[in-house]
Design a protein around this ligand. Structure first.
Ligand code: NAD
Length: 265
């Protein structure tokens, strides 16, 4: 026991964070948490800085500083390198890199088209690795950097129609373990958060067209509800905080108990 003041469970103010996929769903909730902490927030969006109604509404309702929106695709390495160059030139004190961008095509394994397979690998696996690899030199210059990927409960729990998606998310869990070992000596922590079923633009149509599956997801959770983007943002915010400096290489399920077990026995 040192008797020192416990480390804060919130990210430090006045640092910078990059959130891919940060203009909708989980990524947006994460970006706004950091904005509320006075971080300089950069979000990567494929469509650029227009038509971001959800982001603009929430920024205005909460009186936050609007995140800087950078146009880019996580599968476009040259674009990521150009952005990293700009951040370095501007002396941005990047501390946290949050890889939220993801895509999912739900189809039987015998039917899923090759371009969908490649797209899921490009965005969910290659895109996460590129995001971390390209921005790491900036973040690792600090003694306390944070790398957090949004994985999925499908990394831990097999479900039909999601063979490739599950493979990419399980791959992320392997990746963050290895990066935790490589970058730990630089003071970095590298973790993944594995959400359960969360109501976002990625799942909304599926949940609306299959209400019985939404009900099943509630029934299979231990806490009896679907997740919210704020549930996931809570975990990400904590992992980015000084209080989480001893947690690394972990995939933390934020799934209401979907992967903890079931009550059928
Ligand atoms: P979402 O569709 O609201 O967010 C995904 C974001 O990623 C979007 O902003 C999209 O534009 C962006 N994106 C997709 N491809 C991109 C690319 N190539 N380059 C840059 N940005 C790209 O959905 P969400 O549910 O908030 O998803 C966020 C993450 O959470 C994803 O990685 C997803 O796999 C994961 N996840 C979601 C759930 C869920 O139930 N919603 C469950 C487990 C995991």
């Amino acid at each position: 026991m040192t008797g020192s003041i416990p480390a804060s469970p919130l990210p430090p103010a006045n640092d910078a964070v990059l959130v891919t996929g940060g203009t909708s769903g989980i990524g947006l909730a994460v970006a706004l948490r950091f904005a509320a902490q006075s971080s300089a927030v950069f979000v990567l969006s494929r469509r650029g800085d227009s038509g971001l109604d959800d982001l603009d509404r929430q920024v205005s309702e909460r009186g936050l500083t609007r995140p800087t929106v950078l146009q880019g695709d996580v599968a476009d390495r040259d674009r990521l390198l150009a952005i990293a160059g700009e951040l370095a030139r501007d002396g941005v004190p990047l501390r946290s890199v949050i890889a939220c961008a993801g895509t999912n095509v739900r189809q039987p394994a015998l039917e899923v088209a090759d371009d969908a397979v490649r797209r899921m690998i490009d965005v969910n696996l290659y895109g996460v690795f590129q995001t971390f690899q390209v921005f790491a030199p900036l973040a690792l210059a600090r003694p306390d950097s944070r790398f957090i990927a949004i994985s999925s409960f499908n990394a831990l729990h097999g479900t039909k129609l999601r063979a490739v998606y599950s493979a990419t998310k399980a791959g992320v869990s392997g990746m963050i373990r290895a990066l935790a070992v490589e970058w730990g000596p630089e003071g970095a922590t590298v973790n993944a958060v594995a959400p359960g079923v969360i109501d976002t633009p990625l799942t909304r149509t599926y949940l609306e067209t299959h209400p019985e599956r939404a009900d099943a997801a509630v029934d299979h959770s231990s806490v009896g509800r679907l997740g919210t983007v704020e549930d996931v943002a809570d975990a990400v915010t904590y992992l980015a905080s000084p209080g989480a400096s001893f947690i690394t290489g972990q995939t933390i399920a934020v799934d209401g108990g979907l992967t903890s077990g079931s009550s059928w026995w």
